[in-house]
Design a protein around this ligand. Structure first.
Ligand code: C2E
Ligand code: MG
Ligand code: MG
Ligand code: MG
Length: 293
């Protein structure tokens, strides 16, 4: 479609990201085009996943690998199309595909005799609201013969805090069977201290907007330090997202973030690139930052 092609061309310009994502949000017609293309893509299984490792910042060991959704043959990112998929109810089909895909990937690593890594998937509150979600989650694991700690969940708060009891119930069903749950993009959007206190989560991912400012922005530094202190007291692990430089890595570590993720440590990779990278990683010294990816 010509409009979609034009949108993609605009997307490829650097630094235009937020401008065009706002433009898209405002443009109902483009949303409609994406909606139409998305349903074709679901039918044709035209998505793939990128994998990005999350590291223990002290030991350099990989803690887990985050699976990031990609719309193949487009450069439209999940921040654009996931909201459309949610608004149209298509997210259930995408999420179902994704669960089977990560379960297969985990099993593939086992079969290749690579030490399998827990895979973290992203879900939004919209997906959690689906009464079938938890059953589908465990069905995918069972189908692939995987233990409940093979797949972790990262939850992003994109809507206001409605129905917290229901969310607590859904997450508890995952938690009680050994699934690790992280609160994603913490400190932005609708994530709040109430969530931290009440939701049965194990992990907090500090949003990259705070992490990027470490070393130059004293407010970011103060907020990060406070989130670390709070999380420690609640017995939660802390992940610094968006570690892009050596200076950020050192500041995040010094502030007590035990885990980290970001372009400076390793980029999101296709599954083949990840396999190659991981084999190399296993043979190397684990001192961060590693060789480039
Ligand atoms: P997220 O879960 O916070 O994922 C991290 C995002 O930060 C990814 O963007 C990743 O590529 C990017 N990133 C990683 N390291 C760095 C860094 O050092 N600097 C910067 N600037 N960015 C970094 P991506 O893949 O575009 O995903 C964006 C968001 O879309 C995700 O944020 C997540 O909320 C959502 N998303 C991705 N995949 C899925 C999915 O399968 N389902 C749902 N519901 N949402 C998804
Ligand atoms: Mg995430
Ligand atoms: Mg995040
Ligand atoms: Mg996010």
């Amino acid at each position: 479609h010509a409009d979609l092609a034009m949108y993609q061309a605009k997307q490829s310009g650097r630094g235009q990201y937020s401008f065009y994502s706002r433009a898209l949000a405002a443009d109902a017609r483009l949303k409609h085009i994406i909606e139409h293309k998305l349903s074709e893509t679901i039918r044709d299984k035209g998505f793939h996943l990128a994998y990005q490792p999350i590291f223990d910042l002290t030991s350099g060991e990989i803690v887990s690998v985050e699976a990031l959704l990609r719309w193949s043959d487009t450069n439209i990112g999940p921040e654009q199309f996931v909201p459309v998929a949610e608004a149209t109810g298509m997210i259930g089909a995408v999420g179902g595909w994704l669960l089977d895909e990560v379960a297969d990937q985990y099993a593939a690593w086992q079969n290749m005799n690579l030490p399998p890594l827990p895979i973290a998937i992203n879900i939004s509150v919209v997906e959690l609201r689906d009464h079938e979600f938890v059953d589908r989650f465990f069905e995918s694991l069972a189908k692939a013969g995987l233990p409940p700690d093979a797949i972790q969940v990262e939850l992003t708060e994109t809507t206001a805090m409605d129905d917290i009891e229901f969310k607590i119930g859904q997450l508890s069903k995952l938690r009680s069977r050994g699934v690790t749950i992280a609160l994603d993009d913490f400190g932005t959007g609708h994530s709040s201290l109430t969530y931290l206190a009440r939701l049965p989560v194990n992990k907090v991912k500090i949003d990259k907007s705070f992490i990027t400012g470490l070393g130059s922005n004293s407010v970011s530094q103060t907020i990060t330090g406070a989130i670390v202190a709070l999380s420690r007291n609640l017995g939660l692990d802390v992940v610094a997202e968006g570690v892009e430089t050596q200076s950020t890595l050192e500041h995040a570590r010094a502030l007590g973030c035990q885990q980290g993720q970001g372009f400076h440590l390793a980029r999101p990779m296709t599954c083949d690139d990840f396999d190659a990278w991981y084999r190399k990683y296993l043979r190397r010294d684990k001192t961060l930052p590693l060789f480039s990816s």
